[in-house]
Design a protein around this ligand. Structure first.
Ligand code: MN
Length: 243
C-alpha cells in the first residue's frame, strides 16, 4: 500500500513525523508537505506561480517540500508517485471539528486525495502550550488505521484525537453557528490591523465530533465531497418543476 503523508502545519511539524512513523507499519510511506505553515489555507491551490518539489531531510523518511498549499502538495505528490492508495494528513496541531473543517488545510489535503481518485484521512489533535505527547497518540492512530484502511467505502474520514484518548466513537460533523469575531489593534507604526477569530455560539450536540473529543474519545467522522442538499433538491423539484 502506498501512503502519501501531508499536512498544513509544514513539513517540519512534529505531527507529520509522528503520523509517518505509524503509517510506515501499513505500507510504503512518502511525505510531501508545504515548506511553511499553511494552516487555514483550506482547499486553495496555487494558480499564479510555478511550484517547486524538493527533497528535504526528515529523519529517515522519504520527504519532499513544496512552496504551495496542502492541496498543491497532494497534487504534486500524486504526480511524482503513482498509484497512491491513501493520503494521510496531519497530525494537525489544533482540532478540526465542526465548522473548522471549512477552513482546514489538513482536511483539504485529504479531500484533494479523493478528487484524484485515492482515499483521504485527516488527523488532528488539540493545540496546547506544550507539544502533544505523540507517544500517547500513536497507538490510537494505529488502531484507527487498522479500522479504516480495510474499508474502501470510506473514502474521506476526519479523525480528531483528544490529548489523552479513552476510546473511539463514530460521529457526525457538528454544524454550529459561530461568532466570527474581528479584533482590531494597531501595528508599531500606528496602522490599524485586525485579528479574525471564531467563537462557537451553541452547545455541543451529542454524537458530534466536538462532543466526542470533549468527552475524551477519538472522533471518526465519515465525510463526502458532494455538498448537495438532497432533501431540499427533491422538495424544490416537486414544488418548482423546471423544464
Ligand atoms: Mn494546521
Amino acid at each position: 500500500m502506498r501512503i502519501l503523508i501531508s499536512n498544513d502545519d509544514g513539513v517540519y511539524s512534529p505531527g507529520i513525523a509522528a503520523l509517518a512513523q505509524v503509517a510506515a507499519k501499513f505500507g510504503e510511506v512518502r511525505v510531501v508537505a508545504p515548506d511553511v505553515e499553511m494552516s487555514s489555507a483550506s482547499h486553495s491551490i496555487t494558480a499564479w506561480r510555478p511550484l517547486l518539489y524538493k527533497p528535504t531531510p526528515l529523519k529517515d523518511l522519504s520527504a519532499y517540500r513544496v512552496n504551495g498549499t496542502p492541496a498543491d502538495c497532494v497534487a504534486l505528490g500524486m504526480y511524482h508517485w503513482e498509484k497512491v492508495d491513501v493520503v494521510l494528513s496531519g497530525i494537525n496541531l489544533g482540532t478540526n471539528l465542526g465548522n473548522g473543517i471549512w477552513h482546514s488545510g489538513t482536511l483539504a489535503a485529504a479531500k484533494q486525495a479523493v478528487l484524484f481518485g485515492a482515499r483521504g484521512i485527516a488527523f488532528s489533535t488539540p493545540s496546547t502550550d506544550a507539544e502533544p505527547d505523540f507517544s500517547k497518540l500513536s497507538p490510537w492512530i494505529e488502531k484507527v488505521l487498522q479500522l479504516l484502511l480495510p474499508e474502501p467505502r470510506l473514502t474521506l474520514v476526519n479523525v480528531n484525537l483528544p490529548t489523552t484518548p479513552k476510546g473511539i466513537r463514530w460521529t457526525r460533523q457538528s454544524v454550529r453557528h459561530y461568532d466570527g469575531k474581528v479584533v482590531p489593534s494597531k501595528d508599531p507604526l500606528g496602522r490599524m490591523h485586525f485579528w479574525f477569530t471564531v467563537i462557537p455560539l451553541e452547545e455541543t450536540e451529542e454524537d458530534t465530533d466536538r462532543w466526542a473529543v470533549e468527552k475524551g474519545y477519538v472522533s471518526l467522522t465519515p465525510l463526502r465531497l458532494d455538498l448537495t442538499n438532497d432533501a431540499e433538491l427533491e422538495e424544490l423539484r416537486r414544488r418548482h418543476p423546471l423544464t
